[in-house]
Design a binder for this molecule. Structure first.
Ligand code: NDP
Length: 310
């Protein structure tokens, strides 16, 4: 088979992947980037992005990712639709198979495959995504200022998001399926001290209600099956993320949750020449700007690796 030989393969097209492509192209690495199943990544599922520096009037998530892609194309990054289906990191150059049938020999790989927010799986949730249903309070909370919102989940993310939203919104309901939080004590205490958060213990979401204006409420059931409706405009999922690291796990070390482990303040993984950037290696910050920054770091780490190893 005719294998394509390249310096740097970037897997993923969120802020981390595109930023890595911009830096790697400008360093003459001639990177190839595969966009993955969701071109543009998670940000394309939000509405407006108002916290990414450089956009004083905000920008749609989709437009911002188009801007990043065009910036990478300007420096001749080779951006391809499609997914990476198989990797062999057992020796260098790495052997990678793509969904377009290509087999690639890459001297370095930057994994920027992101994480996927978990959803409840309700049809009404799908219907109102971007119209009141969100998996990112930091991204979308601002649109629900002085309104009532709900956060689903009882982990650290749910507590953090509920406290954040409480500073913006009139009232925050936390919908928790058990009678205890999973969150750390310190996060629980923050929630319990916040006056405008009401915790609905042992409640589950049956349906998200709404009209053409977006979400208007949510139908809940308690542990006895008794139904109740709460009036809200924003419904925030905080039931965990799944880092998209599955196809790399045979070679690359991850933590218990599947997040790729990087060394110290670098993006290096346990496999020399393989780097990880963005949400696939970041359980804590998970922001567009932090993902972009780590994409820059990964490109610079890959560049230095090539200099040291050629
Ligand atoms: P977690 O997996 O820790 O918590 C998920 C929460 O969602 C749990 O309360 C769980 O309930 C609930 N849940 C899961 N599925 C459903 C469902 N289908 N319906 C209703 N509720 C559901 O995820 P997080 O995102 O909160 O945290 C991930 C990791 O990141 C953790 O290790 C956390 O400590 C860390 N983190 C740390 C932060 C910090 O230190 N500041 C901030 C954010 C995250 P149940 O408990 O019943 O399973």
């Amino acid at each position: 088979m005719n294998r394509e030989k390249i310096n740097c393969l970037i897997i993923g097209s969120g802020p981390a992947g595109y930023t890595a492509a911009i830096y790697a192209s400008r360093a003459n690495l001639n990177p190839v980037l595969y966009e993955g199943l969701q071109p543009g990544g998670q940000l394309t599922t939000t509405t407006d992005v108002e916290n990414f520096p450089g956009y004083p009037d905000g920008v749609s998530g989709f437009q911002m990712m188009e801007d990043m892609k065009n910036q990478a194309l300007r420096f001749a990054a080779d951006i391809r639709p499609g997914d990476i289906t198989e990797v062999d990191f057992s020796s260098r150059p790495f052997i990678i198979k793509a969904s377009d049938g290509k087999e690639i020999l890459a001297k370095t790989v930057i994994i920027a495959t992101g994480a996927t927010a978990k959803y409840l799986g309700l049809p009404s949730e799908e219907k109102f995504k971007g119209q009141g249903v969100s998996a990112c309070a930091t991204c979308d909370g601002f649109f629900y200022r002085k309104k009532n919102v709900a956060v689903v989940g009882g982990g650290d993310t749910a507590c953090e998001e509920a406290v954040y939203l409480a500073g913006l919104c009139n009232k925050v309901y936390m919908i928790v399926r058990r009678n205890v939080f999973r969150a750390s004590k310190v996060m629980q205490d923050r929630v319990l001290k916040t006056e405008n958060i009401e915790i609905l213990w042992e409640h589950r979401t049956k349906e998200i209600l709404g009209d053409e204006s977006g979400v208007t409420g949510v139908l809940l059931t308690d542990k006895n099956g008794k139904e109740k409706i709460i009036d809200i405009h924003g419904f925030f999922l905080a039931i965990g993320h799944h880092p998209n690291s599955d196809i790399f796990k045979k070679y690359v070390e991850t933590d218990d949750l599947g997040y790729i482990i990087t060394k110290g303040k670098t993006t290096a993984t346990n496999v020399p020449g393989v780097f990880a950037a963005g949400d696939v290696q970041d359980v804590h910050y998970r922001q567009g700007v932090t993902a972009a920054a780590s994409g820059c770091m990964a490109a610079k780490d890959a560049e230095n690796f090539l200099v040291d190893n050629e």
